[in-house]
Design a protein around this ligand. Structure first.
Ligand code: PMP
Ligand code: GLN
Length: 402
């Protein structure tokens, strides 16, 4: 664990201090790095390429569907616990349209408060105290907290740049008789990796052989620049052991609405639903109708969304290179990782801490997403889901680094 040797440093997980009232399971978790870095951006008036949220709202049709729902009294009172039928039907159609996967909207689809609640409810519902969850590092920050809340233990398999491939032997070594589930994320935050068919087949075969469940976080499913998004549930033998999670936040650029969902078998969906109903019960009534409208948008919406984001990825990647960074170009998501050592810093946390003051840009230190901190100590993440003029300003400022 890194020590907090500077006053005013963010109190993020990696440097968090002991909390007198917090239970033992959650000791060591601090404020999320995203909130901390956004606060720092505000305080220093820096360009915020830290927290991953778009600076432009999504399609007007979706906004109108939300305002109309509110005006017409749709979802203003508690919606059904599993979500409004319009959204569950739209999720069914989406899974069918993009992946040829069939789910019964009444028994196999559950609407949640973002992918975040779907993840928490799944891990809490499926794990016994003492169970182990195998996931890849760097991991998305809430996985560790969700696993801890469930009283389970996280076992990690490291993804290493430049290609973020993993060693099959390391994956097998992470398994034990206590392993309950594999927690997958593709496209992967923060690396931008898109798991290949071969990799997913390997994971699927292990899951089948060992009779493990797979929880898969696919919130960036429509942000794949290279390769294709393959839901692991579409591989033979996997539908019956997979909980597929996604949300409307990224795909429709409404990260504040928190409309997510789970697709699985009736038995697994029912288990997750029981945990979910005691977390929020329901949420976001009118926004559920709006996201249903979003999911039904034509191919042109999805294609333009992707091509706009690709242009941003290319722009920021080139800009970072011209500022002297070695970068690992992402195949998906809206994040790009750079090596702090290429601009003279061994420690990415140190660089992220100095960047706002030195040049007026905020990034995220990837070390907070690692159990084995030496693996990610030198890596930092920039979000490119911002307008081109904002990216341009960031790139201009970063030139001053060298
Ligand atoms: N998983 C990953 C990998 C994410 O990056 C995020 C952040 N949006 C989430 C889950 C949470 O999604 P939501 O905002 O829908 O809760
Ligand atoms: N998923 C977003 C990111 O990776 C942040 C979401 C949050 O702030 N919790 O930047």
């Amino acid at each position: 664990m890194l020590t907090d040797n500077r006053r005013d440093r963010p109190n993020v997980s990696v440097v968090s201090s002991r909390q007198p009232f917090l239970n033992a399971r959650l000791q060591g978790f601090g404020a999320t790095i995203f909130a901390e870095m956004s606060a720092l951006a505000l305080k220093t008036n820096a360009v915020n390429l830290g927290q991953g949220f778009p600076d432009k709202d999504g399609p007007i049709e979706v906004v109108e569907a939300a305002t109309e729902a509110i005006r017409n009294g749709l979802g203003n009172q508690y919606p059904p616990g599993i979500g409004v039928p319009e959204l569950r039907n739209a999720i069914r159609d989406h899974q069918q349209r993009f992946y040829g996967l069939e789910f019964d909207p009444d028994t196999e689809i559950l609407v949640t408060a973002g992918a975040s609640e779907a993840l928490a409810a799944s891990v809490i519902a499926l794990c016994e105290t003492g169970d182990e969850v195998v996931t890849f590092e760097p991991w998305y920050d809430i996985y560790g907290a969700n696993i801890a809340m469930a009283g389970a233990t996280k076992k990690v398999v490291t993804l290493r740049p430049p290609h973020y491939a993993f060693e099959e032997s390391e994956f097998l070594a992470a398994l034990s008789p206590k392993t309950r589930l594999i927690l997958l994320n593709t496209p992967h935050n923060p690396t931008g990796k898109v798991f290949s068919r071969e990799e997913l087949e390997f994971i699927a075969n292990v899951a089948i052989e060992r009779d493990l469940l797979v929880v898969t976080d696919e919130v960036y499913e429509h942000l794949v620049f290279e390769g294709e998004h393959i839901p692991i549930a579409s591989l033979p033998g996997m539908r019956e052991r997979t909980i597929t999670i996604s949300s409307g936040g990224k795909t429709f650029s409404f990260t504040g609405w928190k409309i997510g969902w789970v697709c699985s078998t009736p038995e697994l969906t029912s288990a997750v639903r029981i945990a979910k109903q005691f977390l929020t019960y329901v949420s976001g009534g009118p926004f559920q109708y709006a996201i249903a409208t979003g999911l039904a948008l034509g191919d042109d919406y999805y294609e333009t969304f992707l091509s706009d984001m690709r242009a941003k990825r290319d722009y920021l990647s080139a800009g970072l290179r011209s500022a002297g960074f070695e970068i690992f170009e992402p195949q998906g998501t809206y994040f790009v990782t750079a090596d702090a050592r290429s601009v003279g810093y061994e420690d990415g946390l140190e660089l992220c801490w100095q960047l706002p003051e030195k040049v007026g840009v905020v990034a995220v230190p990837n070390v907070v997403f690692y159990d084995n901190q030496e693996e990610g100590a030198h890596l930092i993440r920039f979000a490119f889901c911002k307008s081109l003029d904002v990216l341009d300003e960031a790139v201009n400022r970063l030139q001053r680094l060298s």
